[in-house]
Design a protein around this ligand. Structure first.
Ligand code: SF4
Length: 405
């Protein structure tokens, strides 16, 4: 297959003759899949360390070779197999800093495993989450996070920009600004940060994590529109479309305010993606409250809703509230919301049929390239039409049957 041509794999074998024979067998598996075997000191896409555990020294050497490979090739796929990895406890396995441990019984899956990891790594290489804030002061009645993570603390802008510059230098094209409650970073500071990120060479996209609906105003959106790389994908956490339930949740907005935010966003971009989270079956949510919430979510025409049945957390106000619903009832409400979600997701995606889209290509599974549009619609493109060189670049294509959500 085309994506395997020119892929390089390197082996290091420790221990006995059995290991040497097994490495020979692994080499054949990789060569049959189109790989070129190179010296362990050369640059490779995949490094396989066939370990030994006959003595403590063999254990230590096995660990050293794994660390050496990782140090020499931070972005490569590192796989350890052989006797040392057999039955390793999770803690030691986690400390090894390799991508996968493959025990002797699963050695024949080694190529498939390595390629799966390579695809994930390439995806990670394209997009990076950058933390700009931690903690939360909102105290939603169902949430334990403010107790666990403490109050808001914002990361200084120069530290964020340094990290983004480093990520750009290592080929990352898309930055997602993340945090527990990034709205606490402040409207003006957030807009300014996005502007500064847009000035960093190599950054082609900037995306925001979850935002408070109340943060949305004309000036903020105007600021975002002025940044070429800004992706019009807004995740506004609704949680409920019923004002009575929002109040019980201690959410600090009403459905009217939420609607105004959505309308403003839609007045600024032609087809922005608006996604959300919704909780079904909050304590005291009557059937009537739920119907109100459901109708509101439909009215908002979200691109995607992440729908959760309400889950009790000890130590939260909601856990002590009367009117807890049964799991069966909560699940029923989730299912009803999912129906709305499926319909609205499809309608959002159908918009692209016959239209031009810009895709940042992230993965190649041999048959298809996969990437996302600025609105975070996942798109598959046939590899034979686009070639594999466009990984980590922006390509233009026409929305058609290859679109996925
Ligand atoms: S749900 Fe979000 S905003 Fe509310 S308390 Fe938890 S972290 Fe804060």
């Amino acid at each position: 297959m085309e994506n395997k041509v020119n892929k390089k794999v390197a082996f290091h074998t420790l221990g006995c003759k059995v290991n040497i024979c097994e490495t020979e067998a692994l080499i054949r598996i990789f060569e049959n899949s189109g790989y070129t075997v190179v010296d362990f000191n050369d640059k490779a896409d995949i490094y396989v360390i066939n370990t030994c555990s006959v003595t403590n020294i063999a254990d230590r050497k096995s660990r050293q070779m794994i660390h050496r490979a990782r140090k020499a090739a931070p972005d490569a796929v590192i796989i350890a197999t052989g006797c040392y990895v057999e039955g390793l406890d999770e803690e030691t396995a986690g400390e090894l800093n390799c991508d996968r441990l493959i025990d002797n019984a699963h050695k024949n899956e080694i190529v498939a495993q390595a390629e799966k990891i390579a695809i994930t790594k390439m995806g990670k290489h394209v997009r990076a989450d950058v933390k700009i804030e931690d903690g939360c002061n909102q105290f939603c009645s169902y949430c334990i996070i403010p107790y666990r993570r403490g109050r808001v603390s914002c990361r200084p802008q120069d530290s964020i920009l340094r990290e983004v510059s480093q990520l750009a230098a290592t080929g990352h094209k898309e930055i997602v600004l993340a945090g527990i409650h990034i709205s606490s970073y402040g409207r003006d500071k957030l807009a300014g940060l996005i502007r500064s990120i847009g000035d960093i060479e190599g950054i082609e996209r900037v995306r925001l994590g979850s935002l408070e609906p109340r943060l949305i105003d004309e000036k903020f959106l105007e600021g975002l529109r002025g940044v070429r790389q800004f992706c019009p994908h807004f995740h506004l956490s609704l949680q409920s479309g019923c004002d009575k339930t929002l109040k019980a949740m201690n959410r600090h907005y009403t459905t009217d305010e939420f609607r105004r935010g959505v309308e403003l966003i839609r007045s600024c971009w032609e087809h922005p993606a608006i996604t959300t989270d919704v909780i079904a079956g909050f304590p005291g949510e009557s059937r009537e409250d739920f119907e109100i919430s459901k109708a509101f979510t439909d009215e908002m025409r979200f691109y995607q809703m992440h729908i959760f049945p309400y889950s009790r957390r000890k130590g939260t106000a909601a856990d002590r509230m009367p009117g807890q619903l049964t799991m069966a009832e909560k699940q029923k409400r989730v299912d009803e919301l999912e129906e709305i979600n499926n319909r609205n997701t499809q309608a959002f995606i159908d918009y692209y049929i016959g239209r031009d889209m810009e895709v940042l290509v992230e993965e190649n599974d041999g048959e298809y390239l996969t990437g996302h549009t600025p609105e975070y619609v996942r798109v598959k493109l046939p590899t034979e039409d686009y070639g594999t060189e466009c990984i980590n670049s922006l390509v233009r294509c026409r929305g058609d049957k290859f679109i996925l959500s």
